[in-house]
Design a protein around this ligand. Sequence first.
Ligand code: ATP
Length: 380
Amino acid sequence: KIKETADHLGIQAYLVGGFVRDLFLRKSSQDLDVVVEGDSNSFANQLIEVVEVHKVVQHHQFGTVKITFRDGTHLDIAGSRWEEYDFPGALPTIEESNLKEDLFRRDFTVNAMALCLNANRFGEVVDFYGGLRDLQQGEIRFLHNLSFIEDPTRMIRAVRFACRYHFKIAKVTREAINTALQANVLLKISKERFTEELMLILPEQAYQKMVRELAAFGLMKNWFGREFAWNLAESEEEVKDWDLEKKWLGLLISLENDEIRAVLDRLAFTKSMLKHTLDYVAVRSKLRAAGDCPQEGYAALFGVKEGIVDLLKKHEDLRPLIESYQQALQNLKMTIRGSDLLAAGIPEGPEIGRILQDIHLAWLTGKISDFEEERNYLLQ
Ligand code: ATP
């Protein structure tokens, strides 16, 4: 339909960016980027008439249209454009331009290829900058010397793509990263953009490798406050099932609580990521304060997700307490449920949670060891 719309309007349309790269790498992608040589809005309006779409968002400021289809596929349509940066690391402002210039404004050669969609040139590869060669050689290469000065977040992207595809960062590109770093361009990356890049790294399978590589370049210090020493030794296979929260908290293992708070100040996290991190810091403090006292330690661990408890166990000083907690959990035979308390006439509300926690703790610390004692405890 994109093809028909382009032909109908008599304008050129191209698939560009990551979709083209992944097509040549035989990987599938649900994100399609299309550049049209002309007005993206009228193109999108015509397309919407002939295809069934789930959602359409028009960004007039950038001249882009984002369409979501019912099967979850995303289509971004942009007019071929020239991006000017007010300052490095800021969002781009846009002027009209042609495809070659549009592609030149992209980050790496492998991301700067296009596939023509018009019927008479359907499938024709447009590769001005050697993207195919770099794909074959497995190299991430910038498009020009000022690339990282223009947009320093590309340094992080370079590491992400290199690690994801097991590619190398081309020598000239590595040198340009080091030159840009010497010119302190990292200071120009806004909180928001670094956080966005971080949130793109966490879901990646090779996230540990990416973080290590970023640290090796000196790309973490600005946010983590010091040279990043990461001692999580889990294999890719082991961290595969970790959720974003656990992967993020895993990065903080070697940091003290005040350092973690300082990291949070340098990021623009969502409320929920912020809360997860502060909760983690709070539990860690309580566990440290608990020392050898199971009562306090177990209370601090109440309700903490299993995965996070496992993460806390990485701290050697906390391990004995946490291991005894996990052991006690295995032997827990608590029978009382919230519904029993409701049936006994306790009104719905926080009181129920408090009583349940109390009984739970009494079981874990051995104050209750059978059903009889549980009932008596409740009657007290
Ligand atoms: P992924 O598979 O991670 O989604 P992608 O290449 O599709 O990778 P996007 O962030 O969706 O990544 O970007 C789409 C395209 O936009 C890229 O392929 C690249 O051509 C261009 N692009 C994205 N970010 C930048 C940037 N910071 N500088 C220049 N070009 C960029």
